[in-house]
Design a protein around this ligand. Structure first.
Ligand code: NAP
Ligand code: GDD
Length: 337
């Protein structure tokens, strides 16, 4: 039985990846950082398998990673841990950089010190492309990050590639475009929208307060994407791959889709901070812009070209954007009714 170390297991991708690896017959060691409130027993029960073991550690603490690598015979190391919120990286730039950049050197050094044969996956991001001028972004597109998060992920992308070249390590980057699910934290835009409309529908909230309505993203389903993390590490050579859907939608369109699921027909009126979305059947104001959610520097447009992954890893996304929003609305309707 192969053993995989997964960091970030309490997050969205860590959950789906751990489940997938267990289904594939792996033993999974999940690295969790200590905190005062988290009920670890419930989390382990939720993953629901004997082949899942929790270890306490922290990406910013090299010794904790070394100790785990010494304790188990790890063959694949998936580094999903990060301060992953772009907006919060502007208010917490130093800790975001510590975790997202230095944390990755810690992982790579731990591998180099303990066992250079461990394969390493780094969770890189389409935020690297920032204010890109390309209609589609692929592995050759220049990186132009626009946030402390994007800058920290630029370093981690580069250092992963550097360890591959310098030490001949199996170290690969998945450059993943936005991917969502019912497990997405509520402060990312898709889940914020689906959970808010579920609450409006249940009568516990009046309206959605939102930031930039015109941002465009290439949104996929997290459950589809974790399969690619595994394929990237199980390809015969280490390499970097874009994972995306190739489709792009505005935040506004995503709001319309979620609203429609709950039987609201959103129409828009006004401009900029005064723009509102109202239900055309009842004239009720359901969406207002709150500039507090604007970012000091914004990434307006991301759209991935995943042709390399399609050709080499034989992959295509299977869930449409509409299906994804429906999956999330189904979940939030039950949760908040
Ligand atoms: P997420 O839900 O925010 O999960 C992040 C995880 O990292 C959590 O388990 C968190 O633990 C853990 N973590 C944070 N700081 C840590 C530290 N110092 N030591 C150990 N663990 C730490 O993120 P996600 O959406 O699953 O994304 C997974 C990875 O993919 C991240 O690296 C993200 O930047 C990257 N990525 C995500 C997307 C996307 O659209 N989802 C796209 C491209 C790249 P706590 O529970 O303790 O906070
Ligand atoms: N979070 C949030 N909240 N975003 C909003 C809001 C709001 O109220 N209103 C508008 N937006 C806009 C953001 O300004 C951004 O342009 C877009 O919606 C998406 O925001 P997020 O869902 O927070 O995701 P992100 O694109 O910034 O970052 C996510 O995707 C990256 C990959 O491109 C995160 O998962 C990153 O970790 C990931 O690397």
């Amino acid at each position: 039985m192969k053993t995989a170390l997964v960091t970030g297991v309490t997050g969205q991708d860590g959950y789906y990846l751990s489940q997938l690896l267990i289904e594939k017959g792996y033993r999974v060691i999940g690295l969790i950082r200590r905190n005062s409130r988290y009920d670890i027993q419930n989390f382990v029960a939720d993953i629901g398998n004997n082949n899942f073991t929790i270890e306490i550690g922290d990406l910013t603490d090299l010794s904790s990673i070394i100790n785990i690598l010494k304790k188990y015979d790890i063959s694949e190391f998936y580094n999903l841990a990060a301060q992953s919120h772009v907006g919060i990286s502007f208010t917490n730039p130093i800790s975001s950089t510590d975790i997202n950049a230095m944390g990755v050197v810690n992982c790579l050094e731990a591998i180099r010190i303990v066992n250079e044969d461990i394969k390493f996956y780094q969770a890189s991001s389409s935020e690297l492309y920032g204010d890109t001028e390309e209609e589609f972004q692929n592995e050759q597109t220049p990186f132009r990050p626009r946030s402390p998060y994007g800058c920290s992920k630029l370093f981690s992308f580069a250092i992963t590639k550097n360890y591959r070249e310098a030490y001949d390590m199996f170290a690969s980057n998945g450059i993943l475009f936005n991917h969502e699910s019912p497990r997405r934290s509520i402060n990312f835009v898709t889940r914020k929208v689906t959970s808010t409309f579920a609450k409006i529908n249940a009568g516990t909230l009046d309206r959605l307060e939102i930031g930039n309505l015109n941002a465009k993203r290439d949104w996929g389903y997290a459950k589809d994407y974790v399969e690619m993390m595994w394929r990237i590490l199980n390809h015969n050579t280490p390499d970097d791959f874009v994972i995306a859907t190739g489709e792009v939608y505005t935040v506004k369109h995503m709001i319309e889709l979620a609203a429609k699921y709950f039987d609201y027909e959103i129409e828009w009126d006004g401009e900029g901070v005064d723009e509102i979305g109202f239900d055309s059947k009842t004239n009720k104001k359901l969406v207002v812009v709150n500039p507090d959610y604007f970012r000091p520097a914004e990434v307006e447009y991301l759209r991935g070209d995943f042709s390399k992954a399609k050709k080499i890893l034989n992959w295509e996304p299977t869930t449409s954007f509409k299906q994804l929003i429906e999956i999330m609305c189904d979940h939030d309707k039950k949760l908040f009714s």
